[in-house]
Ligand binder design. Structure first.
Ligand code: NAD
Length: 490
């Protein structure tokens, strides 16, 4: 049995009270490792270490280009460990090795991208409208960052937070999901190997209620970067409001994937499948509402079923497997309960609709037709391999159904008409619109949610701004100091 301790101030440490929690492999249904179950006190120690590293250590005094060089070294170290880390992720979350391996092998490029930005963070020299004065602005690191991640893509999501934070010069305390902590612990150890000073990147494992809450209420945490459920996001936002911490929230979705009658049907079928059955639907960007133009509805559903029926469930490490298990027992129960909800709402089950006998935590790829967008199955995030198909007549109706949701994370449009593509891309209320593709992602391009899907965004050059504060400096180099009772403007 493997065991993973936390990393605080560069040291591997157990929880202060010695508590551990078990990690279960969702494919084998066996405990494969234990992880330190940190406490609020451990979280506090990690924040103090990160604060000291920022304010007193060499990290805070390092030049931006030296910081970039360290990040590049980390990318090289990470590149040597990608498959090992991907295997750990698969043991924890049951997603395909094909996908986790791809994510891990892509990550060093993301690190290089942010390494390159370190020395391109620049202030400004405003054209000040007052004689004898000079002003300039500085972009300073916002402070200690608490980065809180979910279980579906632990390291990809952690890297999206840590790298822009480090590029900005911040220090970080990571809190991975209690279901998938091991890969994050191993990842954080690599910072020491790359030569990072102690305390710059720390990881505290444990529950959201204890460690997460301790981080989000700690007065020395300046910024919370959270990815998870909208319930979790709301709790974090409320905690952050107590002392006005800055937040970035990446939350859930109920994304529309819209197929028009002029789409290339075979491509749209693949897009619909990747939208909902990849990662067993356990992805925030799942295209869980498939809107199909009525004129092609029956033909499209038939083609989709032919493809979906071939999906191979099984061992996520096997190259031939296409759909793995559900990651956690509560998530498994949730998916099955939503299948019951949908059936109770009168939908037609045209595929699956029950647990699979492939393994303990598998759910059959499920497709419902006859779904009305007002139904709970069309409004609430399932986070599983459950697709709701909703017919529509024209662009206006497609847009109105697409936007009739509290969420706004992602969307897909399948059409060969350029006019339609632009009209839909402009009209859909979501942070990402994919046209003739789905579930494409890149660190180069911002990603974030509208409405209840989040606050702020990650990825791209602009992600660094979320970890910076603007400071304005005023220098009077010779003007008279004016009447002290009247504010001088201009
Ligand atoms: P979750 O909200 O249950 O947990 C996410 C993280 O928050 C975990 O580390 C958890 O321990 C922590 N947490 C829970 N309560 C907390 C609290 N009170 N204070 C601080 N931290 C707390 O989410 P999950 O079930 O792990 O992940 C699935 C959800 O994540 C889905 O809703 C999915 O859509 C969303 N998600 C969003 C994105 C995105 O980029 N928008 C990406 C992946 C997943």
């Amino acid at each position: 049995m493997e065991h993973f301790d936390m990393v605080i101030d560069g040291q591997s440490v157990p929880a202060e009270n010695g508590a551990v929690m078990e990690s279960v492999n969702p494919y084998s249904d066996k405990v494969w490792s234990t992880v330190a179950q940190g406490t609020a006190e451990d979280a506090g120690r990690a924040v103090e270490a990160a604060h000291k590293a920022l304010k007193q250590g060499e990290w805070g005094r390092m030049t931006a280009s030296a910081r970039g060089a360290l990040l590049r070294r980390f990318a090289d170290v990470l590149a040597k460990h990608t498959d090992r880390l991907a295997e750990i992720e698969v043991k924890d979350n049951g997603k395909l090795f094909a996908e986790m391996g791809l994510q891990l092998r892509y990550m060093p490029q993301m690190v290089h991208f942010y390494a390159g930005l370190c020395d391109k963070i620049e202030g400004t020299t405003p054209n000040i409208d007052r004689p004898g004065h000079f002003t300039y602005t500085r972009k300073e690191p916002i402070g200690v960052v608490a980065a809180i991640t979910p279980w579906n893509s632990p390291l990809m999501l952690a890297t999206s937070k840590i790298m822009p934070a480090l590029a900005a010069g911040c220090t970080v305390v990571l809190k991975p999901s209690e279901f998938t902590s091991a890969s994050t612990v191993e990842y954080v150890k690599l910072f020491k190997e790359a030569g990072f000073p102690d305390g710059v990147v720390n990881v505290v494992t444990g529950t959201g209620a204890e460690v997460g809450a301790a981080l989000t209420s700690h007065p020395k945490v300046a910024k919370i970067s959270f990815t998870g459920s909208d319930y979790g996001g709301r709790t974090v936002y409320q905690a952050a409001a107590q002392d006005f911490k800055s937040v970035t929230l990446e939350l859930g979705g109920k994304s529309p994937n819209i197929v028009f009658d002029d789409a290339i049907m075979d491509d749209a079928v693949k897009g619909a499948i990747s939208g909902i059955f990849a990662a067993s639907g356990q992805t925030c960007i799942a295209g869980s509402r498939l809107l199909v133009q009525r004129s092609i509805h029956d033909e499209f559903v038939e083609k989709l079923l032919d493809f979906a029926k071939t999906a191979k469930l099984g061992d996520p490490m096997a190259e031939t497997t296409q759909v793995g298990p559900i990651t956690t027992p509560p998530q498994y129960d949730k998916v099955l309960s939503y299948i019951d909800v949908a059936k109770g709402e009168g939908v037609e089950t045209v595929l699956g609709g029950k647990a699979s006998d492939v393994g303990r935590w598998f759910v059959e790829p499920t497709i419902f037709t006859g779904v009305n967008n007002k139904m709970r199955i069309a409004q609430e995030e399932v986070f599983g391999p459950v697709l709701s198909i909703i017919p529509f007549d024209d662009e206006d109706e497609a847009l109105s159904i697409a936007n009739d949701t509290i969420y706004g994370l992602a969307s897909g449009v399948w059409t060969q008409s350029m006019n339609r593509a632009f009209t839909m891309a402009n009209g859909i209320e979501a942070g990402t619109v994919w046209v003739n593709t789905y579930r494409a992602a890149s660190f180069t391009t911002p990603f974030g949610g509208y409405k209840n899907s989040g606050v702020g965004s990650e990825n791209g050059v602009t992600a660094v701004n979320a970890f910076l504060k603007n400071k304005s400096v005023w220098i009077n180099y010779g003007a008279d100091v004016p009447n002290p009772f009247v504010m001088r403007i201009g």
